[in-house]
Design a protein. Structure first.
Length: 109
């Protein structure tokens, strides 16, 4: 399989029904919830390859220096990894200065 950050060949291991562990020679070891992966795919459909490049660059910066879990909800992740930093997709978008318009928001106007 391939690394979802840089596209290089990576070893991917299912840790449970919801989380995959990636071991990439360039990006290091990181964990990704399948729901986070879906968020990335949907983001790519809306913002295109240029938007994804910005997100992937932020992801790469984090994974090279830290043990990372990319999660849908850092308050309720599907895996517990000691000394890991838990990041949601919105954290990455904010770091890349990309405003995500959440049309599924529960807010009433």
């Amino acid at each position: 399989m391939e690394c979802l950050i840089c596209g290089s060949k990576a070893i991917v291991e299912n840790k449970n029904n919801f989380v995959e562990k990636y071991n990439c020679p360039f990006c290091g070891v990181y964990y990704m919830e399948k729901s986070f992966k879906g968020q990335m795919e949907n983001f790519g459909l809306l913002y295109g390859e240029n938007g994804l490049k910005k997100i992937r660059k932020i992801m790469e910066n984090y994974t090279k220096e830290n043990r990372i879990v990319f999660t849908n909800n850092f308050n309720n992740p599907y895996i517990s990894i000691s000394n890991a930093i838990y990041l949601e997709f919105e954290d990455l978008a904010n770091a890349a200065n990309i405003l995500i318009n959440n049309i599924n928001s529960q807010e009433k106007y």
